[in-house]
Design a protein around this ligand. Structure first.
Ligand code: MN
Length: 260
């Protein structure tokens, strides 16, 4: 049997690394499917250019909620470019103290991104929801349906109850190293349905072994997930792979099969 991919990084800021083309080459070489999120649609053209010849790195069009206040006009560019990729991110809402006061404009920007995704259909979203889990869910429920949009909650840090509700709504969850190290992350991981678990790094914003994480580090997350859920590593890997393939199929993306 051929192994199509060795791992999946559903949320990585490839363009914030010092040498993005080198990182992309690593992802291809190590067969790590990586969603390259963007924080502004102005980064789209460059990301698409870098990933053009890559089989494993897929660029996403986004406008980060922390930038929504100053860059809200760029939502028009997100709408314009969204037909070019089935992946949308980083988008979402941030209700933490430094950004709470911009929530109204964040909601406006997020809603427009959701409406575009819903209109186009077959869109997979990678969503930021810090201190705004319930608000994110409310926006998703208002603007999207499960047949047209598949939401992934990235680095989810809200309550387990909200997570369960989100899973019922159809959300997936991408888990990173930092979540594995936090009590809230651990209880979340233990409570979520197995068929909604995915992996991510949010690199370069997470660390592993005192260095910045990279997409290839997702394989270590699988081992820890297996441990937390009392499963053999191989079973956990099979589950996450099946989940990832379901998400990619929703987006109309097929993973290249290994040549050997
Ligand atoms: Mn991020």
């Amino acid at each position: 049997m051929t192994i199509a991919a060795n791992g999946f990084d559903f949320h990585c800021h490839v363009d914030l690394f010092p040498d993005p083309p080198a990182l992309i080459a690593h992802c291809d070489c190590n067969r790590i499917v990586t969603i390259a999120v963007t924080t502004t649609p102005k980064a789209w053209t460059q990301n698409r250019r870098w990933t053009k010849c890559s089989s494993f790195v897929i660029p996403a069009i986004g406008l980060h909620p922390e930038l929504a206040d100053k860059r809200h006009a760029e939502i028009a560019l997100v709408e314009q470019l969204m037909p070019e990729t089935p992946f949308v991110g980083e988008i979402g809402l941030d209700g933490s103290p430094p950004h709470r006061n911009t929530l109204p404009i964040q909601k406006e920007v997020f809603s427009r991104a959701l409406q575009s995704a819903q209109r186009l259909g077959a869109r997979v979203l990678t969503i930021h929801s810090r201190r705004a889990g319930r608000e994110v869910l409310a926006s998703l429920a208002e603007h999207t349906t499960a047949v047209r949009v598949l939401p992934i909650l990235h680095w989810f840090s809200d309550s387990v109850a909200t997570a369960i509700e989100a899973a019922r709504f159809g959300c997936y969850f991408s888990i990173n190293h930092r979540m594995l190290a936090a009590d809230t992350g651990v209880s979340l991981i233990k409570s979520l349905p197995a068929d909604r678990l995915l992996t991510e790094t949010d690199a370069p914003f997470t660390e592993i072994e005192n260095r910045k994480s990279e997409p290839r580090d997702v394989t270590a997350i699988i081992s820890r997930l297996a441990q937390l859920r009392n499963l053999p590593i191989e079973d956990m890997k099979r589950t996450v792979t099946a989940n990832a393939e379901r998400v990619l199929a929703f987006a109309g993306v097929s993973i290249p099969v290994a040549d050997n």
